[in-house]
Design a protein around this ligand. Sequence first.
Ligand code: ADP
Ligand code: MG
Length: 689
Amino acid sequence: MALEHPINQLSGIGPKLAEKCAGIGLLTVGDLLFHLPYKYQDRTRLTPIGQLKLGMAVVIEGEVMGSQVLFGRRRSLICRISDRTGLLTMRLFHFTKAQQNRLRQGARIRCYGEVRMGSTGLEMMHPEYQVRDDGDFPPLDDALTPLYPSTEGLNQGRLRSLVEQAITALKRQGGLPEWLPPDWLAGWGLPSLTDALLSLHHPSPGSDTDALLAGLHPAQQRLALEELLAHHLSLMQIRQKTQAFGAVRFPPSTSLVSELLKQLPFTLTGAQQRVVGEIQDDLGRSLPMLRLVQGDVGSGKTLVAMLAALQVIEAGYQVALMAPTELLAEQHFRNMSQWVEPLGLTCGLLLGKHGKKQRGETLDDLAQGRIQMMIGTHALFQESVEYAQLGLVIIDEQHRFGVHQRLALKEKARQGLPHQLTMTATPIPRTLAMTAYADLDVSIIDELPPGRTPVTTTVISQDRRDAVVRRVDAACGDGRQVYWVCTLIEESEELQAEAAEDTADNLQRALPGRRIGLLHGRMKGAEKTRLMTAFKDGQLDILVATTVIEVGVDVPNASVMIIENPERLGLAQLHQLRGRVGRGSKDSYCLLLFGTPLSEQSRQRLEVMRSTSDGFVIAEEDLKLRGPGEVLGTRQTGAMQFRVADLERDRNWLDVVPELAHRLTVEYPGHVEPLVNRWLFNADRYAQV
Ligand code: ADP
Ligand code: MG
């Protein structure tokens, strides 16, 4: 048996089971080696009952103090156990008379199970247990028991026996090739790949149980490091492949950029200038730019994108700007048209809702080069859309192109790939960004335009809603405009819309003299635009909205925001929402109207919102409170599912991985490809995002 053989050649596995294995990514014998335990059961030691904590899965031993049948909502047998350090209850819902008889007072009992809180205090429900009158139990296990990720119909015993056979095959062939330099490993005190795999499948007696359970054992750390490295290298490969297409070089602008700047009532911030310079250099190279601009809400990313576009347009090429929603596309279109029309340039807008005729004309203008700046949603990159000469693609808010979409982009650009600029308002802590965006260069706009008034944030309970409504009324009386944001946990836009409708009705009843509008995701695009325009033009006092207003919307006169049930949202999302106010000259307020009761974690999170408005600080706190999966959002985490590594637990490695990846590429170029391929499962999925 060799590692590359299909899994069905192992003994004890038929076509049915092989299919189940395939379902969880196990195709070859070697795949089993990388199918690592997701946790271990510890039956190697006894835990005194007095030291039990909720959630622990442990072995306890003690004396039966008595047992009885309880007739509650569900009949159960409870058995009190004491080991002199404390008392624990074992609870069985299914039991026989014989079992009941066996649990006599004075007998000795040993249980393995998870500790929970029950009506009698600490309990184990249906633990594995043994009873001995003489207390003569078999010896405890001498090693941890691995538990493998599995699937319906594939039990742990089966899986373990398959892994056993794979390990035998591994030993017979003398281990796996090692792609990490042995002197690096020695320096960190980490084992070879083969030793690491062996000790994870078969923790030896006497190995550091606590470290293994926490994922901090050298064997786990070694694999985590290799996986993070492979992930990083694969992103670098994607980058290289992308850049191999080549791109058109654009010299710095000599007229359009300075003409636009002259026309603006303000000057660029220092941070904007720096980022504009970085982009200008990228555009001058024959490699396609792959740059991500991170900047807090209101930091002026749109203008930075516009200046990049002008450099390309000045050379006679076109620019496409993709926005995540039609609402934002329209807003960009209005802003950018105002900027470029005086320069004699034309913006185009392509939306799903446009009729056939309008769409046809736009596409024709685009193909003929009469439109220089093309704005829209992802529809911009459909097959039917032809560009005369596409030179730059700008992506607002987080969309990312995978390898396949990049190939499609190449078709649009003809000579090499268009340059790519991605803009995001979601600040991500630096180390995390280096991991998630290793294929991109990152620029940060870390300065807000001057004259912004900080938003004063207050955290208030729903109980005081009436007072909040009065405050809103007073604010309207001062000529302020107000956002009232409804959040709902349900995914359904329908329910969200209903909740927002109710809120708007109630508000209107409470404040009959105020002009109140309602904006939600179920509304047609034209209707949304009409409302936003009315709000922007001051025809509405209060805009009740669902979180659809989260990204990008710009109404400087709106200076009050109420967010209902803010505890339901992530910090990053709250920060985005709050960024809608504080854009004008008036001092601004944000009221977080929480529902009760509030968990301790929610309380902490709202306190973070209250105490700072720095997006990067908020992102760091979010990372601490919720972990990287939540901070990066499902899109990115779906793409970064690691087998071993854990971005939170292994944070220390994240700092060194880029440097190690670089050294491996330079000193051991032959190791890169096989290392990436070994872990390719992830890389492949990543590329598709
Ligand atoms: P975001 O980074 O959130 O996309 P925008 O690009 O929408 O921010 O900019 C927010 C507002 O700030 C816009 O009205 C824009 O015109 C304005 N702005 C951009 N740069 C500056 C600057 N340097 N000084 C003053 N206002 C600016
Ligand atoms: Mg924006």
